[in-house]
Design a protein around this ligand. Structure first.
Ligand code: ZN
Length: 325
């Protein structure tokens, strides 16, 4: 029988989170700083050392591990265990054989999945959407990621990208050029990545405010909005209107029971949640029932715990194979 532990890795833009998982619980955890623009290859030795250190701290060996799971911030083909497209993070990953990496170092299988899809799986199984079979999650970080649970299953699609591209849904076809090559995507119109441009191109905010555009971040803007600052309020409301428009479209596309909002921006959930709930209630065509819009419960750990969905499957399949033999 394979080991009772597994390793879950979440490749973030600036931090890589590594968890040692047992029975759907993160029993040990470590982080290593990352420079995702420099690619993934140079990070692999550091990840190996961090994983080996976790095993040592827990007093277990490689034989106690069943699999490694990797949450990747780009499109992946989990069947062929490969990254198929990146967007300015770990751009060399399409050419790295990650399954071979795991096999070479620990002799165990690796499962790979998109990080936003894993976040919704985590919230669906263990967090804010537990008990609901139809869920959309929107993670508003530097960019915007989405994932969908439809009829009690993660939505995957023919090219493995269904539900993952909610940040690139067009909210203004005459809008700003997005990093994906399209124009007017949710991410281009309202995300941290484009915040400087969003402020500079707004005709209603003061020139003094625009001069500092590169210094502003959403945390500061929402603080200023709370204090009644007019310019910050204009920008925050504009972005919340864009996120609301996107959520209305997710609701029309996927018919969820609950929409989970996550990401660093939700530190200002006291402003964002009521605002978006009101606006979506007014605009979504949901004659039977209102869709609940709630805050993520798992926060930064959603993708790590979501990996457990696949890691448990690997463990089950391995054990079944061994029993058959
Ligand atoms: Zn886009």
């Amino acid at each position: 029988m394979s080991g009772v532990y597994s390793i879950a890795i979440d490749l973030g833009g600036t931090i890589i989170k590594i968890g040692l998982i047992q029975e759907a619980e993160i029993v040990r955890f470590s982080t290593i700083p990352s420079d995702s623009e420099r690619g993934l290859l140079h990070m692999l030795p550091k990840m190996e050392r961090a994983i080996d250190a976790l095993l040592l701290e827990e007093g277990i060996g490689v034989a106690d591990l069943s699999a490694i799971g990797l949450a990747f911030p780009g499109m992946v083909n989990p069947i062929e265990c490969r990254v198929i497209s990146t967007n300015d993070k770990y751009d060399d990953a399409c050419h790295i054989d990650l399954c071979r990496w795991a096999d070479d170092h620990w002799g165990i299988p690796l499962v790979l999945e998109n990080d936003a899809r894993l976040a919704v799986i985590g919230e669906w199984l263990y967090g804010a959407a537990k008990g609901s079979g139809n869920v959309v999650m929107m993670t508003i970080g530097t960019g915007i990621g989405t994932g969908v649970i439809l009829d009690n299953k993660p939505l995957v699609g023919y090219h493995h990208q269904a539900g993952s591209l909610g940040g690139h849904l067009v909210v203004d076809y005459r809008g700003r050029l997005c990093s994906c090559g399209n124009v007017g995507c949710v991410e281009a119109m309202a995300s941290s990545f484009f915040l400087g441009d969003i402020i500079r191109s707004n005709g209603r905010v003061s020139p003094e405010f625009k001069e500092q555009a590169s210094d502003w971040n959403f945390k500061r803007l929402f603080e200023l909005m709370r204090q009644g600052d007019t310019d910050a309020t204009i920008i925050c409301e504009e972005c919340m209107n864009v996120w609301s428009a996107a959520i209305v479209s997710y609701i029309h596309a996927y018919d969820p029971e609950v929409v989970v909002l996550g990401g660093g921006i939700m530190r200002s959930a006291d402003i964002i949640l009521p605002y978006i709930n009101r606006r979506v209630d007014d605009r979504a065509w949901t004659p039977v029932d209102k869709v609940r819009i709630v805050l993520s419960e798992l926060g930064d750990n959603a993708a790590l715990l979501g990996l457990n969905y696949y890691l448990a499957k690997v463990k089950r399949e391995e054990n079944e194979t061994i029993f058959r033999v």
